[in-house]
Design a binder for this molecule. Structure first.
Ligand code: PBG
Length: 324
């Protein structure tokens, strides 16, 4: 039936009517809040490149985690850092690492909060690369072994989910087998399956001091132009035992999120990364856009594309916008 009988504006006239026909709703339960930890005492240090985010010391993180849980957010994603970097990134699996200590502190204080840990070497290696480097090459299988050690140390400390973000081939299988062999069959894996070599990680590399000391990450992260390859990455990770898959970044990759959701029946996370966050923060600061509206629009679009959950630095703010 055509105009004038079909008038779609009938459904837009009143707020209550708009609410009735709204197809996508972001809930606080969809959110995952990234948190940064480093060694120290009584530390809550603002992160310059990521306004509104902080570095916490392990003794301070539990209160922050509780606040996040009380806002209704079900999960956090923990990132560590190191002042003792070496060639193999050994602090990544140290029992006294900031991440491992923070996991214990949070589990003591707020056991119901789901703790996801970023598993990577780039914050711990002196090369700043996500794997082990030899002759300026990032080695694949050797890196997988080290990543599995890091994952086990997180599981031992009490992490619920480990999230490898390195993009080595076969790391999900390695991590799954190692966790199972060490009696951690309950620890889940959220794989950064389709992680693109993106310019939108800029602010993050500042904060975690993990910029590569030479070259770039294009030999392991995905070519921004590829879509089929993302589906192959996801399929491999699911076959290797991933419980969740992730696409990262989000906004320039909504087509990948959509395609992944159509193709795979698995929990799908999208990472709304540091550069995407910074653009909104900066534009809002200059009065060019309204921040809360932009946050809602961005998160809604990521969910509309097909994401089941969204990692976002806006998590606390969004929890207040959406309520419980
Ligand atoms: C580590 C890692 C990165 C991010 C998450 N894990 C940086 C990178 O790959 O360079 C980026 C997160 C963000 O930009 O918000 N491999």
């Amino acid at each position: 039936m055509d105009y004038p009988s079909t008038r779609l504006r009938r459904l837009r006239g009143k707020q209550a009517m708009r609410d009735m026909v709204q197809q996508t709703r972001v809930s606080v339960k969809d959110l995952i809040c990234p948190l940064f930890v480093k060694h120290g005492k009584d530390l809550m240090e603002p992160i310059q490149s990521l306004e509104g985010c902080y570095y916490f010391s392990p003794d301070k993180i539990a209160d922050e985690a509780k606040e996040i849980y009380d806002l209704g957010i079900p999960a956090i994603l923990l990132f560590g850092s190191s002042e003792n970097k070496d060639s193999i990134g050994s602090e990544a699996w140290s029992h006294t690492g900031a991440v491992q200590q923070s996991i214990k502190a949070i589990k003591d204080h707020c056991p119901e909060l789901i703790i996801i840990t970023d598993v990577c070497l780039c914050s711990y290696t002196d090369s700043g690369h996500c794997g082990l480097v030899e002759d300026k090459q990032v080695l694949n299988d050797e890196s997988c072994r080290l990543l599995a050690k890091a994952a086990v140390s997180h599981a031992q400390a009490g992490a619920d989910i480990v999230a490898p973000s390195d993009m080595m081939d076969g790391r999900v299988k390695h991590i799954r087998q190692t966790l199972d062999a060490q009696e951690y069959p309950e620890t889940a894996i959220m794989s950064y399956s389709a992680k693109y070599a993106s310019s939108f990680y800029g602010p993050f590399r500042d904060i975690s001091d993990s910029a590569p000391s030479f070259g770039n990450r294009k030999s392991y992260q995905m070519n921004i132009a590829n879509s089929d390859e993302a589906m192959r990455e996801i399929r491999l990770d699911l076959d290797e035992g991933a419980d969740f898959v992730m696409i990262k970044p989000s906004l320039s990759y909504l087509d990948i999120i959509y395609r992944a959701k159509q193709n795979f029946m698995a929990p799908l996370a999208a990472y709304n990364v540091s550069g995407e966050y910074a653009m909104i923060k900066q534009a809002a600061k200059e009065g060019l856009i309204e921040e809360d509206q932009a946050i809602d629009e961005v998160l809604t679009s990521i969910k509309r594309a097909g994401a089941d959950m969204i990692v976002t630095y806006f998590a606390k703010k969004a929890a207040k916008i959406y309520g419980q």
